[in-house]
Design a protein around this ligand. Structure first.
Ligand code: SF4
Length: 87
């Protein structure tokens, strides 16, 4: 993986504070990139070209085809995970 972009920073709309590009490219499910990575970085550099070059094809395709989840679905999933963890 090319780490030359890792130091770039951006305000994360999910966390409400600055995060590095490195965080964005590993913070998704299965240690893949965050599903919002195209949205958040396209104005800064050619993030699609970068990920296409550096991610395995299957992971890139998953990322491209990931639909943003409505907030309520994310919340329900978090509650379910917490309940599983508690039992
Ligand atoms: S790509 Fe994800 S983690 Fe990175 S700034 Fe956007 S929402 Fe936050």
């Amino acid at each position: 993986m090319d780490e030359s972009k890792d130091h770039l920073e951006q305000r994360c709309p999910r966390l409400g504070g600055p995060v590095s590009f490195r965080y964005c490219r590993i913070s998704g499910d299965d240690v893949s990139a965050c599903w919002k990575i195209f949205d958040c970085w396209w104005e800064v550099f050619d993030v699609a070209g970068y990920l296409n070059k550096h991610l395995p094809e299957d992971k890139f395709n998953i990322l491209v085809n990931t639909e943003p989840k409505p907030k309520v679905v994310s919340l329900i999933e978090l509650i379910e995970q917490a309940q599983k963890g508690a039992s």
